[in-house]
Each structure stands twice: as C-alpha cells, then as structure tokens.
Write a protein that binds this ligand. Structure first.
Ligand SMILES: Nc1ncnc2c1ncn2[C@@H]1O[C@H](COP(=O)(O)OP(=O)(O)O)[C@@H](O)[C@H]1O
Ligand SMILES: [Mg+2]
Length: 301
C-alpha cells in the first residue's frame, strides 16, 4: 500500500492528467484498488473521473473535501463529514477500470478557501495543525481498503497540499522538459525538505516524471538535452525511465464524456518509431509499473 502525491508548483504540467491516467492504468491493467484524492479546488481530476453530474450530487450533499475542512470550524457534535460516505465508487469512464477505482472529490466551492484552511489551528479547540485535517479522516484502517492512493494537488504547497504530503509515503513530480517547468524543481525539493520538522519525518521523492515529451522537431533536440540535464543534476530524484509524450491520447484523461470499454480503446495510439515514442497505453503501463516498483522499495513500504 502506498500513498503518493503528485506535486509541482507550476500548473499545466500534467499533474491531473498523470494522476487520472496512472490511476486508471493501475486499476484497469494491474487490477489494484485505487483511491484518487482530489485536493485541487479546480476539481479537474474529480470531473475527469466521475463527470459533472455525480460531482454535483456529491457537492450538494457536502460529500467533498470542502466539508472536511469546514467541519474543523464547528464543534465535533455538529460535524457532518464522514470520509467513508464520500468515496465515489466506479470512477473512470473506462468500464474495465470501474470495479477498482474510487474518488474522494474536491469542490470548486473550495476556490478561495485556502486561507481559511491555514486558520484551522487557531479555530480548532483540539489544536489540530492545518496539515493534519485529512489524516484525521484517512486513518490507516480507512486507507488499508485500497492498494494505492494517488493525490492530485493544486500547483502550490499551500495548506491543502500539505494535507496530502503529510500522509504521503512519497511524492512524484511531473514536469514538462522545458526550462520554465524544470526551474521549479529545486524549490519543490527544498520546500518539502523544510517540512521535515513540522511533519516529524521526511517525505521522500519517488521520482520525476517527464510529460509532454516531444522530440520530433530534431534528433537530440532540446527535450532530450533537458531530460539529460535533469538526470545528471546531483540531488535530483531519479527520472522515470519511460516518458509520457506530447500526444492526442493523454488529453483524453480529462475528457469524461468520451467513454470506452477498455484502457486500450482510450489510450492506444501508435508510437512514432522515428521519435522513439511508445504507444500511450504502453507508456502508461510502464510508468505505472515503475511507480509500483519504486513504492515497493520505499523504506516505509
Ligand atoms: N502528454 C500530453 N500530451 C498532450 N497534452 C497533454 C499531455 N499531458 C497533459 N496535457 C494537456 O495539458 C493541459 C494541462 O494538463 P493538466 O493535467 O491539467 O496539468 P496540471 O494538473 O499540472 O495543471 C491539459 O489541457 C492536458 O490535456
Ligand atoms: Mg491539475
């Protein structure tokens, strides 16, 4: 059992795309029971996995992480959030994934409430730290129902993201191999390391996942060079050996309305042999396999 947060301080690098596609691959191909926790108020992972109608229903019923944070501001006897009631089953628009995939939804109504979450400690009569709220609910006995838990995070290390990191066994950094995207890596690493004292332990990095790799323009083009630079930088977590290329099919990860029966139908597209890219479904299987291997090697596993 591993709990993994997908983190990058930059938006648009594919955190949500990778969280959804990897969750589906782990569920559909590896037949592991997967929980996706959507910590991003943008709610993209939730909508991608359960669609608008089921999200609206959950949101109206207060069965999202928004209610979980709001409950910290009222006395215990008035609280309504029960995590087990909020896992939406049969997530994903890929039929073969549905028996193995659950979502703890986010809420668009959480937008702008990040500052409120920072205030949890002063509001709480129990002196709960702002980063401890999720861990109070996602206890080890609740988490054990799943084989793996993936957390899709907002593009910052705000109090909401820290709730995910605090209970994670490791974090994974998706990057686009472009200077603007990779410049933030040292900042992520040092800020996560800086949490060691508050958390009482270090959260290790699982690795850097190259996304939107595009080397078609020239042989040994800039993407290849940037990946080599990342791989050679001392102190950086290891790159995943398989990259996710800039293609059409990864885009479908976030398109709930286009349902399929199998993962292959959703993600198969031929590789470009000239650019040495794999078909997208094959790349996802290899990356998911590497994630499992690296999780098994974690000291906590
Ligand atoms: N491998 C890829 N190929 C093509 N488009 C991609 C790929 N990965 C992500 N995208 C697109 O990039 C945009 C941002 O992705 P998203 O997962 O929302 O990033 P983040 O969660 O980091 O903000 C989306 O429009 C998505 O469809
Ligand atoms: Mg996102």
């Amino acid at each position: 059992m591993a709990i993994i947060s997908l983190i990058n301080l930059k938006g648009g690098v594919g955190k949500t795309t990778c969280a959804v596609a990897l969750a589906e691959t782990l569920a559909g191909h590896f037949k592991r029971n997967i929980l996706v926790i959507d910590l991003d108020p943008q709610t993209n992972a939730t909508i991608a996995l359960v669609g608008v109608a089921r999200w609206e229903q959950a949101n109206r019923a207060g069965q999202t992480i928004r209610q979980m944070f709001l409950d910290e501001f009222v006395p215990r006897e008035q609280r309504s959030f029960t995590i087990a009631n909020c896992f939406i089953p049969r997530a994903s628009n890929v039929e073969e994934c549905q028996p193995h995939l659950w979502v703890l939804p986010s809420s668009i109504d959480l937008i702008g409430m990040e500052a409120l979450v920072e205030l949890v400690r002063s509001a709480s009569e129990y002196r709960v730290e702002p980063f401890e709220v999720l861990s109070q609910h996602l206890t080890p006995s609740v988490a054990r129902a799943f084989d793996d838990i993936l957390l899709d995070c907002p593009p910052s290390l705000n109090a909401i993201t820290l709730n995910g990191l605090f209970l994670s066994d490791a974090f994974l950094i998706p990057v686009i191999p472009e200077p603007v995207s990779t410049l933030g890596i040292p900042q992520i690493l040092s800020r996560v390391r800086g949490l060691r004292r508050a958390f009482g332990r270090e959260v290790p990095a699982l690795g850097i996942l190259v996304n939107r790799f595009d080397n078609t323009s020239m042989k040994n083009g800039p993407h290849t060079q940037i990946c080599a630079q990342i791989a050679e930088t001392p102190g950086y977590p290891p790159l995943f050996a398989t990259y996710l290329s800039e293609r059409q099919k990864p885009v479908l990860a976030l398109r709930y309305e286009i349902a399929t029966r199998t993962l292959q139908e959703k993600y198969h597209e031929p590789g470009h042999s000239s650019a040495r890219t794999l078909p997208t479904d094959e790349a996802l299987r290899r990356i998911a396999g590497e994630v499992l291997e690296r999780c098994a090697a974690l000291p906590t596993a």
